[in-house]
Design a protein around this ligand. Structure first.
Ligand SMILES: [Zn+2]
Length: 361
């Protein structure tokens, strides 16, 4: 027989009780439940035995439960600051999206990656952030496209690097978001003067080839290697097609000296002002690379661990491969775990030569 002292449950209370019965972790952080027979309050997912319904009171948060005289459960720690697995999950998803923005990201892919049902993942994400994963992906992509266009990349490159498979799709989807076509956005944003110089390097009798150093008035924006001047100039044009590019050996002579000193290990303070565009993730990787001492190497996975994302080894490798400034950001110091040199944007021989030179001193 049913007790009629029990007040009729409101829909919210009924849903909360169901969440408690289900140990629904997606609602951790949304409310706590307190148990009058024990004087303890818990988060919905607490693994402890379920109390009787008539002993349970719901509170919006831990503070309210405490003010009513309850103590926090030691098992599920409903007060732990970082202990909300729901928002931790969403943070992890956001990071994953930022790291994999070049890939084809779908709800089902995210669901597989985070071992949740697409429905559960979508609901949790929306509850915490107020937008769907898809809207978040779009926002990250748009930001990336803007950065790429502002950096002077051509539209196709800018779109591709932001994870848009085909440019026609971006025109449809983001012309509206940008308020103009990507072409127009880029033209308006670009026009910077880029000065550059070309240096010939020979290291320990083996030519490193020719190095181009390019800078805006804010700092170095590109350092590239190639076998001849033509390749270098084409490389710069591909990277900054709408900037004004001017060879200016005199104006660049100071950079030239600094870079030479850096490569030869005579530079005491190797922090050169850089003017580069990066995603938040690239920036973290590149900063970690700048802290690898000369003469040492790290594995891709060690760098991933260093930035607190041990699973992001592939994304780290990708960030290395897109490093715009050779040597200044020493991506050549990152190698594979098994000792294999891995890849290098400017050719594996140059990576080998740079490492050799650094180990000599
Ligand atoms: Zn508990």
């Amino acid at each position: 027989m049913k007790s009629n002292s029990q007040p009729a449950a409101s829909p919210i209370t009924a849903r909360r009780w169901q969440a408690v019965l289900d140990r629904d972790a997606s609602l951790d952080g949304a409310f706590v439940f307190a148990v009058s027979s024990t004087g303890i309050f818990c988060r919905p997912s607490c693994p402890a035995k379920r109390p009787r319904r008539q002993n349970v009171t719901f509170f919006a948060d831990a503070l309210q439960a405490e003010q009513s005289g309850y103590r926090a459960c030691l098992r599920c720690r409903p007060k732990a600051v970082d202990g909300n697995p729901r928002s931790a999950l969403v943070r992890a998803i956001c990071r994953y999206i930022e790291q994999h923005i070049e890939d084809r990201l779908t709800l089902s892919l995210l669901a597989r990656e985070f071992r949740r049902s697409p429905f559960h993942l979508q609901r949790t994400f929306k509850n915490v952030l107020g937008v769907s994963p898809k809207a978040y992906i779009d926002a990250v992509r748009l930001r990336q496209v803007k950065q790429n266009l502002q950096a002077g990349h051509d539209v196709t490159t800018a779109l591709y690097a932001a994870g848009y498979g085909s440019s026609s799709r971006l025109y449809e989807r983001t012309a509206a978001q940008l308020g103009m076509t990507p072409e127009k956005y880029r033209r308006g944003a670009v026009g910077a003067l880029i000065r550059y110089t070309i240096v010939r390097y020979t290291i320990a009798n083996s030519p490193l080839g020719r190095m181009l150093i390019a800078a805006t008035d804010k700092g170095i924006c590109a350092i590239q290697f190639a076998d001849n001047d033509d390749q270098l100039q084409q490389g710069l044009m591909r990277e900054f097609p709408f900037a004004t590019r001017r060879r200016d050996d005199a104006a660049m002579s100071e950079w030239r000296v600094n870079l030479t000193r850096l490569i030869q290990g005579r530079e005491t303070n190797p922090s050169l002002p850089l003017d580069i565009r990066a995603t938040a993730f690239q920036r973290r990787v590149w900063e970690a690379l700048q802290r690898i001492p000369r003469g040492e190497t790290r594995s891709y996975s060690a760098v991933a661990k260093k930035i607190g994302m041990p699973k992001a080894t592939r994304a780290v490798a990708r960030a290395c491969a897109t490093n715009p400034v050779a040597v200044a950001i020493p991506c050549h110091r990152v190698i594979r775990e098994d000792g294999d040199l891995g890849g290098y944007r400017w050719g594996i021989e140059r990576k080998e030569q740079l490492l050799e030179l650094e180990s000599l001193r």
